[in-house]
Design a protein around this ligand. Structure first.
Ligand SMILES: [Zn+2]
Length: 318
Protein backbone atom coordinates (compact mmCIF):
# COMPACT_ATOMS: atom_id res chain seq x y z
CA UNK A 1 0.00 0.00 0.00
CA UNK A 2 1.51 3.34 -0.94
CA UNK A 3 1.83 6.12 1.54
CA UNK A 4 -1.00 8.25 0.20
CA UNK A 5 -3.40 5.34 0.22
CA UNK A 6 -2.45 4.46 3.78
CA UNK A 7 -2.72 8.10 4.76
CA UNK A 8 -6.20 8.33 3.29
CA UNK A 9 -7.15 5.20 5.19
CA UNK A 10 -5.92 6.51 8.51
CA UNK A 11 -7.19 10.05 8.15
CA UNK A 12 -10.46 9.25 6.54
CA UNK A 13 -12.05 9.05 3.15
CA UNK A 14 -13.00 12.72 3.33
CA UNK A 15 -9.44 13.63 2.44
CA UNK A 16 -9.23 11.23 -0.47
CA UNK A 17 -10.72 13.41 -3.24
CA UNK A 18 -8.31 16.25 -2.61
CA UNK A 19 -5.37 13.96 -2.08
CA UNK A 20 -5.71 11.55 -4.91
CA UNK A 21 -7.75 13.26 -7.55
CA UNK A 22 -11.09 12.29 -8.94
CA UNK A 23 -9.99 9.30 -10.97
CA UNK A 24 -8.20 7.61 -8.10
CA UNK A 25 -11.12 8.07 -5.73
CA UNK A 26 -13.12 5.02 -6.76
CA UNK A 27 -10.19 2.71 -6.14
CA UNK A 28 -9.05 4.41 -2.95
CA UNK A 29 -12.47 4.61 -1.40
CA UNK A 30 -12.66 2.18 1.47
CA UNK A 31 -15.28 -0.52 1.28
CA UNK A 32 -16.85 -0.18 4.71
CA UNK A 33 -19.34 -2.96 3.99
CA UNK A 34 -16.58 -5.48 4.70
CA UNK A 35 -15.37 -3.88 7.93
CA UNK A 36 -16.21 -5.84 11.06
CA UNK A 37 -16.20 -4.32 14.51
CA UNK A 38 -14.01 -6.24 16.93
CA UNK A 39 -14.88 -5.71 20.58
CA UNK A 40 -12.33 -6.29 23.35
CA UNK A 41 -13.13 -6.08 27.05
CA UNK A 42 -10.44 -3.87 28.56
CA UNK A 43 -11.48 -3.79 32.20
CA UNK A 44 -14.77 -3.86 34.16
CA UNK A 45 -17.31 -2.12 31.93
CA UNK A 46 -14.80 -0.53 29.53
CA UNK A 47 -14.44 -1.91 26.01
CA UNK A 48 -12.23 -1.19 23.02
CA UNK A 49 -13.78 -1.33 19.55
CA UNK A 50 -11.69 -1.76 16.41
CA UNK A 51 -13.02 -1.44 12.88
CA UNK A 52 -11.54 1.12 10.51
CA UNK A 53 -9.97 4.36 11.71
CA UNK A 54 -9.12 5.20 15.29
CA UNK A 55 -9.81 2.90 18.23
CA UNK A 56 -13.04 3.49 20.11
CA UNK A 57 -13.20 3.31 23.91
CA UNK A 58 -16.62 2.62 25.42
CA UNK A 59 -18.10 2.76 28.92
CA UNK A 60 -21.15 0.49 28.82
CA UNK A 61 -23.39 0.30 31.87
CA UNK A 62 -26.73 0.87 33.53
CA UNK A 63 -26.78 4.61 32.79
CA UNK A 64 -26.14 4.04 29.10
CA UNK A 65 -23.09 4.32 26.90
CA UNK A 66 -20.35 6.88 26.40
CA UNK A 67 -17.88 6.36 23.57
CA UNK A 68 -14.54 7.96 22.87
CA UNK A 69 -14.22 8.61 19.10
CA UNK A 70 -16.53 7.19 16.43
CA UNK A 71 -14.50 6.16 13.34
CA UNK A 72 -16.41 6.66 10.04
CA UNK A 73 -20.05 7.50 9.34
CA UNK A 74 -20.82 4.28 7.37
CA UNK A 75 -19.76 2.25 10.44
CA UNK A 76 -22.11 3.94 12.93
CA UNK A 77 -24.82 1.26 12.67
CA UNK A 78 -22.27 -1.53 13.12
CA UNK A 79 -20.76 0.24 16.12
CA UNK A 80 -24.23 0.65 17.68
CA UNK A 81 -24.99 -3.03 17.00
CA UNK A 82 -21.69 -4.21 18.51
CA UNK A 83 -22.41 -2.23 21.69
CA UNK A 84 -25.94 -3.62 21.90
CA UNK A 85 -24.68 -7.17 21.33
CA UNK A 86 -22.75 -6.96 24.60
CA UNK A 87 -26.15 -7.46 26.22
CA UNK A 88 -25.39 -5.04 29.04
CA UNK A 89 -27.82 -2.24 28.27
CA UNK A 90 -30.48 -1.26 25.78
CA UNK A 91 -29.82 2.37 26.51
CA UNK A 92 -28.28 4.45 23.72
CA UNK A 93 -24.91 6.09 23.22
CA UNK A 94 -25.58 9.19 25.30
CA UNK A 95 -22.23 10.88 24.82
CA UNK A 96 -19.46 10.84 22.21
CA UNK A 97 -16.14 12.39 23.24
CA UNK A 98 -13.78 13.19 20.34
CA UNK A 99 -10.04 12.94 21.10
CA UNK A 100 -9.30 15.31 18.16
CA UNK A 101 -10.83 16.52 14.90
CA UNK A 102 -9.42 14.08 12.30
CA UNK A 103 -11.99 12.30 10.16
CA UNK A 104 -11.04 8.79 11.26
CA UNK A 105 -12.02 9.74 14.84
CA UNK A 106 -15.00 12.04 14.18
CA UNK A 107 -16.49 10.59 10.99
CA UNK A 108 -19.39 9.06 12.92
CA UNK A 109 -20.30 12.33 14.67
CA UNK A 110 -23.17 13.15 12.34
CA UNK A 111 -25.00 9.80 12.53
CA UNK A 112 -24.44 9.51 16.30
CA UNK A 113 -25.72 13.05 16.83
CA UNK A 114 -28.74 12.32 14.62
CA UNK A 115 -29.40 9.22 16.75
CA UNK A 116 -29.49 11.38 19.89
CA UNK A 117 -25.91 11.30 21.21
CA UNK A 118 -24.38 14.49 22.61
CA UNK A 119 -20.98 15.32 21.08
CA UNK A 120 -18.26 16.62 23.41
CA UNK A 121 -14.75 17.82 22.49
CA UNK A 122 -12.09 20.42 23.05
CA UNK A 123 -12.86 23.92 21.67
CA UNK A 124 -10.43 23.52 18.78
CA UNK A 125 -12.02 20.27 17.58
CA UNK A 126 -15.24 22.16 16.91
CA UNK A 127 -13.37 25.08 15.33
CA UNK A 128 -11.34 22.90 12.97
CA UNK A 129 -14.34 20.76 12.01
CA UNK A 130 -16.37 23.89 11.37
CA UNK A 131 -13.84 25.67 9.17
CA UNK A 132 -12.06 22.74 7.52
CA UNK A 133 -8.50 23.43 6.44
CA UNK A 134 -5.13 21.92 5.79
CA UNK A 135 -3.70 19.03 7.78
CA UNK A 136 -0.14 17.82 7.38
CA UNK A 137 3.40 17.64 8.69
CA UNK A 138 4.45 20.92 7.12
CA UNK A 139 6.28 18.95 4.41
CA UNK A 140 5.40 16.10 2.08
CA UNK A 141 2.22 15.14 3.91
CA UNK A 142 -0.60 17.53 3.23
CA UNK A 143 -4.35 17.23 2.83
CA UNK A 144 -7.39 19.44 2.73
CA UNK A 145 -10.38 18.85 4.96
CA UNK A 146 -13.79 20.19 3.95
CA UNK A 147 -15.86 22.02 6.56
CA UNK A 148 -18.03 19.54 8.46
CA UNK A 149 -21.82 19.70 8.42
CA UNK A 150 -23.44 21.27 11.46
CA UNK A 151 -24.68 17.94 12.82
CA UNK A 152 -21.08 16.71 13.07
CA UNK A 153 -19.99 19.59 15.35
CA UNK A 154 -19.56 19.00 19.09
CA UNK A 155 -22.34 20.69 21.07
CA UNK A 156 -20.40 20.87 24.31
CA UNK A 157 -16.81 22.09 24.12
CA UNK A 158 -14.23 22.76 26.82
CA UNK A 159 -10.89 24.49 27.17
CA UNK A 160 -8.99 22.45 29.77
CA UNK A 161 -11.02 19.45 30.88
CA UNK A 162 -14.48 18.08 31.37
CA UNK A 163 -15.87 15.22 33.46
CA UNK A 164 -18.75 12.97 32.42
CA UNK A 165 -20.36 11.26 35.41
CA UNK A 166 -21.85 8.07 34.06
CA UNK A 167 -21.97 4.40 35.00
CA UNK A 168 -20.57 5.15 38.47
CA UNK A 169 -17.40 6.64 37.01
CA UNK A 170 -15.98 10.15 36.71
CA UNK A 171 -14.83 9.94 33.09
CA UNK A 172 -12.30 12.70 32.64
CA UNK A 173 -11.30 14.27 29.30
CA UNK A 174 -8.11 16.32 29.68
CA UNK A 175 -6.72 18.66 27.03
CA UNK A 176 -3.01 18.51 26.23
CA UNK A 177 -1.85 21.43 24.09
CA UNK A 178 -0.11 21.20 20.73
CA UNK A 179 0.63 17.45 20.46
CA UNK A 180 -0.90 15.44 17.61
CA UNK A 181 -3.03 18.57 16.89
CA UNK A 182 -3.94 21.66 18.95
CA UNK A 183 -7.22 20.12 20.13
CA UNK A 184 -6.17 16.81 21.68
CA UNK A 185 -7.76 15.20 24.69
CA UNK A 186 -6.72 12.16 26.67
CA UNK A 187 -9.62 10.40 28.38
CA UNK A 188 -9.16 8.66 31.73
CA UNK A 189 -11.57 6.17 33.31
CA UNK A 190 -10.34 6.17 36.93
CA UNK A 191 -12.59 3.47 38.40
CA UNK A 192 -11.66 1.00 35.69
CA UNK A 193 -8.05 2.23 35.42
CA UNK A 194 -8.14 2.69 31.65
CA UNK A 195 -6.94 5.59 29.51
CA UNK A 196 -7.67 6.43 25.86
CA UNK A 197 -4.69 8.37 24.50
CA UNK A 198 -6.12 9.52 21.17
CA UNK A 199 -3.43 9.96 18.54
CA UNK A 200 -0.89 11.35 21.01
CA UNK A 201 0.04 7.66 21.35
CA UNK A 202 -0.17 5.29 18.36
CA UNK A 203 1.28 1.90 17.46
CA UNK A 204 1.83 2.20 13.70
CA UNK A 205 5.43 3.43 13.94
CA UNK A 206 6.59 7.05 13.76
CA UNK A 207 3.47 9.08 14.59
CA UNK A 208 1.71 11.49 12.29
CA UNK A 209 2.01 14.88 13.97
CA UNK A 210 -0.34 17.39 12.37
CA UNK A 211 2.00 20.37 12.50
CA UNK A 212 -0.30 22.22 10.09
CA UNK A 213 -3.11 21.94 12.68
CA UNK A 214 -0.99 23.22 15.54
CA UNK A 215 0.61 19.94 16.58
CA UNK A 216 4.23 19.55 17.69
CA UNK A 217 6.56 16.81 18.85
CA UNK A 218 7.39 18.84 21.95
CA UNK A 219 3.71 18.90 22.96
CA UNK A 220 3.37 15.19 22.26
CA UNK A 221 6.39 14.42 24.46
CA UNK A 222 5.03 16.69 27.22
CA UNK A 223 1.64 14.96 27.09
CA UNK A 224 3.22 11.51 27.31
CA UNK A 225 5.52 12.51 30.18
CA UNK A 226 2.70 14.12 32.13
CA UNK A 227 0.36 11.16 31.73
CA UNK A 228 3.14 8.71 32.58
CA UNK A 229 3.84 10.66 35.78
CA UNK A 230 0.20 11.14 36.79
CA UNK A 231 -1.64 7.98 35.81
CA UNK A 232 -1.37 4.71 37.75
CA UNK A 233 1.59 2.59 36.61
CA UNK A 234 -0.70 -0.33 35.77
CA UNK A 235 -3.26 1.69 33.77
CA UNK A 236 -4.49 -0.05 30.61
CA UNK A 237 -3.82 2.07 27.55
CA UNK A 238 -6.06 2.32 24.49
CA UNK A 239 -3.89 3.87 21.76
CA UNK A 240 -5.32 6.03 18.97
CA UNK A 241 -4.39 3.26 16.56
CA UNK A 242 -3.10 -0.25 17.23
CA UNK A 243 -3.29 -2.91 19.93
CA UNK A 244 -4.19 -2.44 23.58
CA UNK A 245 -1.05 -1.27 25.40
CA UNK A 246 0.47 -0.46 28.77
CA UNK A 247 2.69 2.22 30.25
CA UNK A 248 5.88 0.37 29.26
CA UNK A 249 4.77 0.76 25.64
CA UNK A 250 4.11 4.46 26.25
CA UNK A 251 7.54 4.89 27.82
CA UNK A 252 9.29 3.19 24.88
CA UNK A 253 7.38 5.44 22.48
CA UNK A 254 8.23 8.57 24.49
CA UNK A 255 11.89 7.53 24.53
CA UNK A 256 11.84 7.25 20.72
CA UNK A 257 10.22 10.70 20.40
CA UNK A 258 12.84 12.26 22.68
CA UNK A 259 15.82 10.52 21.09
CA UNK A 260 14.80 11.31 17.51
CA UNK A 261 14.05 14.93 18.48
CA UNK A 262 17.50 15.21 20.07
CA UNK A 263 19.16 13.92 16.89
CA UNK A 264 17.37 16.50 14.74
CA UNK A 265 18.14 19.22 17.26
CA UNK A 266 21.81 18.33 17.15
CA UNK A 267 21.76 18.46 13.35
CA UNK A 268 20.06 21.86 13.52
CA UNK A 269 22.73 23.14 15.88
CA UNK A 270 25.29 22.02 13.28
CA UNK A 271 23.37 24.07 10.68
CA UNK A 272 22.37 21.03 8.64
CA UNK A 273 19.57 21.52 6.14
CA UNK A 274 16.49 19.32 5.97
CA UNK A 275 17.84 17.70 2.79
CA UNK A 276 21.18 16.96 4.42
CA UNK A 277 19.43 15.31 7.37
CA UNK A 278 17.47 13.08 5.00
CA UNK A 279 20.57 12.23 2.96
CA UNK A 280 22.53 11.38 6.10
CA UNK A 281 19.65 9.11 7.20
CA UNK A 282 19.93 10.48 10.71
CA UNK A 283 16.99 8.40 11.96
CA UNK A 284 18.50 5.08 10.78
CA UNK A 285 18.83 3.73 14.36
CA UNK A 286 15.02 3.98 14.67
CA UNK A 287 14.33 2.31 11.34
CA UNK A 288 11.90 -0.17 12.92
CA UNK A 289 9.50 2.77 13.49
CA UNK A 290 9.62 3.76 9.81
CA UNK A 291 6.21 2.84 8.45
CA UNK A 292 4.34 3.04 5.19
CA UNK A 293 2.36 5.95 6.56
CA UNK A 294 5.14 7.97 8.23
CA UNK A 295 8.54 6.86 6.96
CA UNK A 296 11.87 8.16 8.24
CA UNK A 297 12.00 11.08 5.79
CA UNK A 298 8.47 12.18 6.65
CA UNK A 299 9.32 12.02 10.35
CA UNK A 300 12.51 14.05 9.83
CA UNK A 301 10.32 16.71 8.16
CA UNK A 302 7.90 16.56 11.10
CA UNK A 303 10.65 16.98 13.68
CA UNK A 304 12.39 19.67 11.65
CA UNK A 305 9.21 21.72 11.32
CA UNK A 306 8.27 21.19 14.97
CA UNK A 307 11.67 22.12 16.32
CA UNK A 308 12.27 25.13 14.07
CA UNK A 309 8.82 26.51 14.80
CA UNK A 310 7.70 26.14 11.19
CA UNK A 311 4.30 25.39 12.51
CA UNK A 312 0.93 25.70 10.99
CA UNK A 313 -1.79 27.85 12.36
CA UNK A 314 -2.24 27.43 16.11
CA UNK A 315 -5.76 28.27 17.19
CA UNK A 316 -6.46 30.28 20.28
CA UNK A 317 -8.93 28.74 22.66
CA UNK A 318 -12.27 30.39 23.26
ZN1 LIG B 1 -5.36 11.85 14.11
Amino acid sequence: MNRMKRLAMILGVAVAPMLLGRTALAQQDQDFSKVQIKVTKVSGNIYMLEGAGGNIGASVGEDGIVIVDDQFAPLADKIQAALKDLGITNKPVRFVINTHYHGDHTGGNEPFNNAGSTLIAHDNVRKRLETGGTAGNGGSIKMENKPAVKAALPIITFEHDVTVHLNGEDIRAMHFPSGHTDGDSIIFFPKNNVVHMGDDFVRYGFPFIDVASGGSVQGMIAAMEKTTAQLPADVKVIPGHGALSNMDDVRAYTKMLKETSAVVEKALSEHKTLEQMKQAKILAPWEKFSGQFINSDAFIETLYNSLTGHKGELLKHN
